[in-house]
Write a protein that binds this ligand. Structure first.
Ligand SMILES: [Zn+2]
Ligand SMILES: [Zn+2]
Length: 161
């Protein structure tokens, strides 16, 4: 059983033994295996991370293509919102001589979250949920909860006055 982040770890020995030489790499999660890889991120499709890297002194130089579809919840009605991610990232990653592998997960996560809307909406005019009973106001635009609670406050207010 592989750990959460293990999928995106790259062994350094080949790079260190061949400085300046480019090596391709290709990660692909099986189905929705990538869900749980990063906290708070659900994947609708496989996560594909491919690219190449080379080593120079104690630094790795990466070019990475990230492809996946992320599922988020509409911030008003909680309906699923799908975002297709297809982004390119170039970055350098310094390492220490005692390191055996590098973890691409933070960079991949950064690339994905840069594409995502932090406040996703299923549609711009989403009406959200009734704050009292949770009815989906997109499906029931005419819904109106009885305002008993406010009536009681009103009565209490009258009483106090
Ligand atoms: Zn919505
Ligand atoms: Zn309601």
């Amino acid at each position: 059983m592989r750990g959460r982040y293990e999928m995106l770890r790259l062994n350094l020995s080949t790079f260190i033994c061949n400085p300046g030489r480019h090596f391709p790499f290709d990660f692909r999660s099986v189905g929705e295996q990538a869900t749980g890889l990063f906290e708070d991120l659900s994947f609708r499709t496989a996560l594909e991370v491919s690219g190449d890297a080379f080593c120079q002194l104690n630094t790795l130089y990466f070019k990475v293509q990230i492809r996946t579809t992320v599922e988020q919840a509409c911030r008003r009605c909680l309906a699923p919102v799908y975002t297709t991610v297809d982004c390119y990232e170039a970055f350098t990653l310094p390492f220490r001589t005692e390191d055996h592998e590098v973890d691409l997960a933070p960079y991949v996560l950064g690339g994905i979250t840069a594409v995502l809307n932090p406040r996703p909406l299923c549609r711009n005019d989403c009406r959200g949920l009734c704050p009292r009973c949770g009815t989906d106001l997109n499906e029931h635009p005419d819904h109106a909860c009885p305002v008993e609670e406010e009536d009681e406050h009103q009565r209490l207010g009258d009483f106090l006055r």
